[in-house]
Design a protein around this ligand. Structure first.
Ligand SMILES: NC(=O)c1ccc[n+]([C@@H]2O[C@H](COP(=O)([O-])OP(=O)(O)OC[C@H]3O[C@@H](n4cnc5c(N)ncnc54)[C@H](O)[C@@H]3O)[C@@H](O)[C@H]2O)c1
Ligand SMILES: O=C(O)C(=O)C[C@@H](O)[C@H](O)[C@H](O)COP(=O)(O)O
Ligand SMILES: [Zn+2]
Length: 383
């Protein structure tokens, strides 16, 4: 695939949810069109832009210029970067700032940032005045392919990941792929885990395309837009069929039962980013699937090889200091997994692989088997 000489037209993906339907608009250099797009949907609305300190440095002025240029009044709320803002303190701060700015029910919140800002601002929008509309302007790869779509919003509890939140769909998603040029290489790679997830859970051809083209996504150009659009189409289709995760949507949690427990065990900090936990979690899910006789061992190796080739951690020992604290303890990880939102009547639910591109939801795995599996994985890993 070659880089086009000039920007092609943006790609629009529809999230078909009846009266809560919205567009995801994807394209290089489309941030300046944000104001016009919002003004067309909500003429005269006042807009509170929620962002984090890093994203603000690069993209806040251009975002505000676009909004003001379209005749929209703006205010700004800047939070600390990182997972620490997805907290009770973080949501209290954003809610109080929205109220102080007199954001009314007919006004708008714009979430300008990665998944942290999207989840946090979306949750604040869901609860301030019992619900204000919001627009997602995702600025990380992870947010463009995953967190800005589907309406899961929320914060972490000290006891686990995303344990307090609400379903609140945005009214528009605007993903300017040029914005990803300022993302750090490690954060770019972490977001890539969620891209690979779509291939693994339901699209073998996309996974094979990623094996050949993942470097092009980093470089930018048409491969990047293709990866973002393919991921958004896959997520939009699942969300449209199962908005509230009563069944099929759980497939989007591939790698997350293990991954969220690892994030909690490492204290939601820079030691392990969400996408990195998902990468290790997807390899663990594939290995568990192989142990259950569901997937060929050669396919598990293919999963691990591709994620490692993309520069992602794939083993427990890839986590800095993993033998410390609760991380190297199977019982502590089991206790963290017991808080997973997919747990039903105390039973863990896993997303398992029958093949690359064929994931299934299972509540049939015996906890003792999972524990033994973790004990073995931890014992295999060198200190
Ligand atoms: N709601 C969902 O469906 C969903 C889906 C996947 C992940 N998530 C959540 O998303 C979060 C992870 O999101 P993330 O990986 O985007 O993390 P993040 O929001 O912390 O962003 C990663 C880092 O990159 C910086 N950044 C973002 N965009 C940038 C840009 N364009 N230029 C320079 N720096 C930039 C941020 O300041 C931050 O330091 C986790 O909390 C995860 O649970 C939610
Ligand atoms: O949108 C979904 O559904 C997902 O599961 C996407 C995940 O990538 C994302 O990390 C999500 O926040 C996890 O959801 P949770 O319900 O397990 O907190
Ligand atoms: Zn995720």
């Amino acid at each position: 695939m070659t880089t086009p000489l000039k920007n092609p037209d943006p790609i629009t993906v529809d999230v078909a949810l009846g009266e809560r339907s919205y567009d995801i608009v994807i394209g290089r250099g489309i941030l300046p069109s944000l104001g016009e797009r919002i003004a067309a949907l909500r003429p005269g609305a006042r807009v509170a832009v929620v962002t984090d300190e890093y994203v603000a440095t690069h993209w806040l002025q251009r975002t505000e210029a676009s909004l003001i240029g379209a005749g929209l009044a703006t205010s700004r709320i800047v939070v600390d970067e990182g997972e620490v803002s997805k907290s009770y303190e973080g949501v209290e701060f954003v809610c109080e700032e929205l109220i102080k700015a007199r954001i009314e029910r007919n006004d708008l919140v714009v979430a300008l940032g990665g998944g942290v800002v999207g989840d946090l601002a979306g949750f604040a929008a869901a609860i301030v005045r019992r619900g204000v509309d919001f627009v997602q302007v995702p600025t990380s790869l992870l947010a463009q392919v995953d967190s800005s779509v589907g309406g899961k919003t929320g914060i972490n509890s000290p006891q686990g990941k995303n344990l307090v939140g609400a379903f609140h769909q945005p009214i528009l998603v605007v993903a300017d792929t040029a914005v990803l040029d300022t993302l750090s290489p490690r954060q770019f790679r972490a977001g890539y885990a969620e891209v690979a997830k779509y291939g693994l859970l339901g699209d073998e051809a996309f996974f094979a395309w990623l094996e050949a083209n993942h470097a092009g996504i980093v470089q930018g150009g048409a491969a990047r837009e293709h990866a973002v659009a393919t991921s958004c189409r896959a997520k939009a289709a699942i969300v449209a069929r199962d908005e509230r995760e009563t069944g099929e949507r759980a497939l989007l949690n591939l790698g997350h039962t293990f991954g969220h427990a690892l994030e909690a065990a490492t204290g939601f900090c820079g030691r392990l980013y969400h996408g990195e936990g998902v990468s290790i979690g997807m390899v663990l899910a594939a290995e568990l699937s192989a142990q259950l006789g569901m997937i060929a061992v050669a396919d598990v190796s293919r999963v691990q090889r591709h994620l490692a080739a993309a520069g992602l951690p794939t083993r427990l020992q890839d986590i800095a200091g993993f033998k410390q604290e609760g991380l190297a303890d199977a019982d502590a990880l089991m206790a963290l997994m017991a808080q997973d939102k997919k747990v039903k009547r105390g039973r863990l639910t896993f997303i398992l692989l029958k093949a690359i591109g064929q994931a299934v939801v299972s509540s049939d795995v015996e906890p003792s088997m999972v524990r033994d599996f973790l004990v073995r994985k931890l014992a295999d890993a060198p200190a």
